[in-house]
Design a protein around this ligand. Structure first.
Ligand code: PLP
Length: 422
């Protein structure tokens, strides 16, 4: 049972949130600042999540026991390392329900995955005059790679706008469409507005018109069940560090047919089959896209992260976060002078806001004085800031280990901040 009612114990997937929190050493951290001492309230999960002990232990055990390079070693430690590396890939495959492990490419994160598609698929299959459809709410990672590609190839970018509530204006898809659009690349969960977009509708719309569809899953895969076969997207990029895993590891899912048709992006090491002085042939999938020594310990950590999430259950995580978000939104809005940006009907636990007369950086520092971690700035989304007509916002973002009591702490501190800055 999931609940955030004040008199009941919050639970996710049969465990109490308090019990879950004890798996995360960093959540017990005491923040000493301005002569005050507070247990941390970590509310910057859209930037990166905290890591459970099982992830830290898996990575330490790998280094303590099995550290060796993958694939080329015939000795025990090398075989163990390779087995761990490939087992993590299968864990990720099951996690997003990909049809085959060969469709799971290790990258360094969402940004790297999107750049891989831009450089490999984009350069091979787009030509002058072709168009790419994005949205106005993209993170720079799903905007700038396409700007560079468009410049190089003479392509045009089009954008699905978002309205006052922070929802995409999908009714305008039909009129926005052009026969030159070959790729649609869209964010699933906005890291600024909290909006959870109806990506299935957009993917289907693109496919009916013969375009390829990429989904930026950086803010969705950590928070809700994402099934690539049900979604039918051609590519899905996401980051390990936002879903309990370490930094430096991410995933690009791609349909095998497309990955097979694409040339390599980075060259060297694992991605070759045979090399002559003047040419080379490529390894099979997924290795064609995994040049050089990969981040092995990081894949082991990601495998442990995915196991942890799978045991709790992504549906239970989504449901709890929805309740926690429903608890947070009206309380934040009730803070005098506070404006929340983004009130989509389908939204996740990301709250960007400003308090009248207080710079978001000052606000974030004030909150840190109370042990509360929130982000402030443009959140790698300048075009959204411009559209909202703000230079920056503060942002609180939740995960399944957060408690209603932490929301109460945030709200109380914001009220005091408003008085403090007058
Ligand atoms: N896309 C979205 C929606 C994000 O929120 C982020 C990170 O905040 C990224 C892409 C980039 O992720 P990474 O920095 O892990 O590559």
């Amino acid at each position: 049972m999931v609940t955030t009612k004040a008199d009941a114990v919050p639970r996710v997937g049969g465990r109490t949130v308090e019990e879950i929190r004890s798996d995360f050493p960093a959540l017990a951290r005491i923040i000493e600042r301005d002569g005050k001492s507070n247990v941390v309230a970590y509310l910057d999960n859209a930037a990166t999540s905290q890591k459970p002990r099982s992830v830290l232990d898996a990575m330490a055990a790998y280094y303590e026991r099995s550290n060796a390079n993958v694939h080329r070693a015939l000795y025990t430690m090398g075989e163990e390392s390779t087995a761990l590396y490939e087992e993590s890939r299968r864990a990720v495959q099951r996690f997003v329900n990909a049809a085959r492990p060969t469709e799971i490419i290790y990258t360094s994160g969402t940004t790297a995955g999107i750049n891989l598609v831009a450089h490999s698929w984009g350069r091979a299959f787009l030509s002058e005059g072709d168009e790419i459809l994005l949205t106005e709410m993209e993170h720079h990672s799903n905007l700038v790679p396409w700007q560079l590609l468009a410049k190089e190839k003479g392509c045009r970018l089009r954008f699905i706008p978002f309205g006052e509530s922070g929802e995409l204006e999908l009714d305008r898809l039909e009129t926005l469409w052009s026969d030159r659009i070959k790729l649609v690349s869209i964010v699933h969960g906005s890291n600024v507005l909290g909006t959870v977009n109806d990506v299935k509708r957009i993917v289907d719309f693109a496919h009916e018109r013969g375009a390829v569809a990429l989904v930026d899953g950086a803010q969705s895969v950590p928070h809700e069940p994402v099934d690539v076969q049900a979604l039918d997207c051609d590519f899905l990029a996401f980051s390990g560090h936002k879903m309990l895993g370490p930094t430096g590891i991410g995933i690009l899912y791609g349909k095998e047919r497309l990955l097979e048709s694409m040339p390599p992006f980075l060259a060297g090491g694992e991605m070759i089959e045979a090399v002559w002085l003047d040419h080379a042939t490529w390894n099979s999938l997924p290795y064609k896209f995994e040049a050089g020594t990969p981040p092995i310990a990081e894949t082991v950590g990601l495998g442990a992260a995915v196991d942890y999430l799978g045991k709790l259950g992504m549906a239970a995580i989504r449901d709890y976060e929805r309740e926690l978000s429903a608890y947070a939104l009206p309380r934040l809005k009730a803070v005098p002078g506070l404006k929340v940006y983004g009130e989509a009907k389908r939204r996740g636990g990301v709250f960007s806001f400003n308090v009248d007369g207080v710079h978001p950086h000052d606000l974030a520092q004030y909150l840190d004085g109370e042990g509360i971690c929130v982000r402030s700035g443009h959140h790698c989304a300048h075009p959204i800031m411009r559209k909202l007509d703000v230079a920056a916002t503060a942002r609180a973002s939740l995960y399944f280990y957060n408690l209603p009591a932490e929301i109460d702490r945030l709200v109380g501190a914001l009220e005091r901040a408003k008085e403090f800055f007058g």
